[in-house]
Design a protein around this ligand. Structure first.
Ligand code: 4NP
Length: 153
């Protein structure tokens, strides 16, 4: 099972989602069955580590983020089983950039009943609370995503 998390810049939300998801995957002993990656719809930050504010927020909660940003490609659409986006603009951009029409592209919030149809807000232009809130939200959602995969394999 291959999961791709997508946001705009691939330096805040999606690398955090990837790091948290892998953390939960390992906690449930599923690391041999599940592969995860992340990317952005834009290429402005390609090659960069996650934003220092995002890395710090993750690190204080025991999660190390060392993903290097990259832009989504058409091949990603073929390769991954789920392409999970943070907001509606990401959804539109993924469909445009990959030519996808498939239901494998979803809002990541779909996997948690308390967040269904919510967007994961972009913390980039905000304050520390935005980063903490995104951490809490993605922590809960990615754990539910592991449960979903476990139940449906
Ligand atoms: P992300 O956040 O999509 O969660 O990685 C952003 C990062 C950078 C920019 C926007 C959003 N930017 O405009 O550079």
């Amino acid at each position: 099972m291959k999961i791709l998390f997508v946001c705009l810049g691939n330096i805040c939300r999606s690398p955090l989602a990837e790091g948290l998801f892998i953390h939960h995957v390992k906690k449930y002993g599923l690391e041999d069955e599940i592969f995860a990656d992340s990317c952005g719809t834009g290429n402005w930050h390609a090659g960069e580590l996650p934003d220092p504010r995002m890395r710090k927020t993750a690190e204080k909660n025991g999660i190390i983020l060392n993903h290097k940003a990259r832009q989504i490609t058409e091949n990603d659409f073929k390769e991954f089983d789920y392409i999970l986006v943070m907001d509606h603009q990401n959804l539109k951009d993924v469909l445009r950039l990959t030519g996808a029409t498939s239901d494998k592209v979803k809002l990541v919030s779909e996997f948690h009943d308390n967040y269904k149809n919510d967007i994961v807000p972009d913390p980039y232009f905000g304050d520390q609370k935005g980063f903490d809130d995104v951490f809490d939200m993605l922590n809960l959602i990615t754990e539910k995503l592991v449960h979903h995969i476990q139940l449906n394999r």
